[in-house]
Design a protein around this ligand. Sequence first.
Ligand SMILES: CC(C)(COP(=O)(O)OP(=O)(O)OC[C@H]1O[C@@H](n2cnc3c(N)ncnc32)[C@H](O)[C@@H]1OP(=O)(O)O)[C@@H](O)C(=O)NCCC(=O)NCCS
Length: 131
Amino acid sequence: MVIRQGKLEDIESLRKIDNLSLKAKHSTDYFLENLGNIMVTIDSGRVLGYIMCKGEEISNLVVHPDFRKKGIGNSLVKEVMKKSKRLILRTRETNRDAYIFFKKIGFTKKRKIQKYYSNGDNAIEMEFKKQ
Ligand SMILES: CC(C)(COP(=O)(O)OP(=O)(O)OC[C@H]1O[C@@H](n2cnc3c(N)ncnc32)[C@H](O)[C@@H]1OP(=O)(O)O)[C@@H](O)C(=O)NCCC(=O)NCCS
């Protein structure tokens, strides 16, 4: 299993993983514009998950549903932690799995943002600071 920078050839897989996982899906153009901020996990030539991090902000972290709870999300976050003193992210208040995941990995809750998402869902903002 390797983690590497996202490439053009990954975009179709990234879209599929989004479709299987997220309420708000991203377009091909969105991935094209953001490829430079994406790291992917590859196993036997297959994309199993990705993280998108712009500056200090983790904007997406998605692991293919068939490959969750195997440490892939953890290793993607650790990869961006290596290069960052501080990271922030926002996740839906309803997404308890993500909240538990990020707490375990060292993030703490900063604040709640009311009606942050277009469907009216609240967001929880979380922060990681290197000691
Ligand atoms: C959140 C997500 C990225 C986690 O990825 P993952 O590869 O399954 O996570 P890992 O296997 O690396 O788990 C790391 C730790 O979090 C825990 N964890 C992961 N998912 C969990 C869940 N659903 N409930 C409780 N704990 C969970 C694991 O048990 C593990 O703890 P451990 O080290 O003590 O064993 C994945 O569930 C996902 O893609 N969810 C849908 C998209 C999403 O919600 N993204 C986050 C919002 S930006």
